[in-house]
Design a protein around this ligand. Structure first.
Ligand code: C2E
Ligand code: MG
Ligand code: MG
Ligand code: MG
Length: 280
């Protein structure tokens, strides 16, 4: 079942977010055929420049509509895809489709709009990951700079040297890299500086503290300052209210992503968003 949210944003939910081992196994079984059965789709969430309110990019978010289970939230099926190894084929499909989307954006005058794709650490660990990314970019005929890969600090848990080497390779090729879900792990920004990322995304759980937790709000301000000190840009994720937006603008946050501007939208709506937010 899906619950209607404000401004036509749909949120998936199940009565119990915890699923048991048997359900996991059945879901994984369905997931195995989801790609060939065309059950996946992509939605795109605008990222807005804080200073001039211009559209600067879209984050790509995967959706699974299963005939058996309905809309399964990514928080449920992504971990199963990771555990089963299916994330590699699914992730490559997402990458190829995202590059094609970036291509269509340029054709509509959005050649400077970045398309940000979530990448699981499991994908990076695979040998032909870099080749796969380059192929997706080249097949779509886009500038590598149009593609951004969102990684999490869990890449460092795998094999740090391997991950850093591969990410450096990708950066050399020209794709952008950002650090997702910052604040939810245990690493400090100084440690994460070893990763060749140019952007850090502050997790929604921190944004939610802005109006409820004075200390939490101060942490955000200091993360923004630290990021700027090491020449990183900051994206605030899950911004929903004017009060949050005001605070983030005051603290010089660079980019805003959240329901306050738009929830994730289908391609036709994304193209309209681009047209509405282009310079005249
Ligand atoms: P994420 O990468 O941190 O993505 C941001 C999540 O926050 C998305 O949830 C987005 O819909 C949600 N969000 C954005 N703004 C707001 C807001 O203002 N309010 C609220 N309540 N939520 C907001 P979504 O689409 O359910 O995705 C959840 C997670 O699933 C993502 O977190 C990401 O870790 C993972 N994911 C989604 N698509 C992919 C994919 O293609 N590949 C991989 N590996 N992971 C993916
Ligand atoms: Mg993300
Ligand atoms: Mg995030
Ligand atoms: Mg996440």
């Amino acid at each position: 079942a899906a619950k209607k949210e404000s401004k036509d944003c749909w949120r998936f939910y199940t009565e119990k977010m915890q699923i048991d081992a048997y359900e996991k196994m059945r879901l994984t079984g369905s997931l195995r055929h989801a790609l060939e059965r065309n059950e996946f789709s992509l939605v795109y969430q605008p990222q807005i420049s804080a200073t001039d309110r211009k559209l600067i990019g879209f984050e790509v978010l995967l959706r699974w509509n299963s005939p058996e289970y309905g809309n399964v939230p990514p928080m449920q099926f992504i971990p199963l895809a990771e555990q089963s190894g299916l994330i590699n084929s699914i992730g490559m499909w997402v990458l190829r489709e995202s590059c094609q989307f970036a291509r269509r954006l340029s054709e509509q005058g959005g050649s400077d709009i970045r398309v940000a794709v979530n990448i699981s650490s499991k994908q990076i660990a695979v040998d032909d990951f870099i080749v796969g990314v380059c192929n997706a970019v080249n097949a779509a005929g886009i500038d590598p700079q149009q593609l951004e890969l969102e990684i999490t600090e869990s890449v460092l848990i795998q094999s740090m040297e391997d991950a850093i080497g591969k990410l450096a390779h990708l950066k050399e090729f020209g794709v952008k890299l950002s650090l997702d879900d910052f604040g939810t792990g245990f690493s400090s920004l100084t440690y994460l500086r070893q990763l060749p990322v140019e952007t850090v995304k502050i997790d929604k759980s921190f944004i939610d503290m802005i109006t409820s937790d004075v200390q939490g709000a101060k942490i955000i301000a200091s993360v923004i300052n630290m990021a700027h000190a090491i020449n990183m840009k900051v994206v605030a994720e899950g911004v929903e209210t004017e009060a949050q937006l005001e605070y983030l603008l005051d603290k010089d946050c660079d980019i805003i992503q959240g329901y306050i501007f738009s929830c994730p939208i289908v391609e036709a709506a994304a193209m309209k968003f681009l047209a509405d937010h282009s310079e005249v």
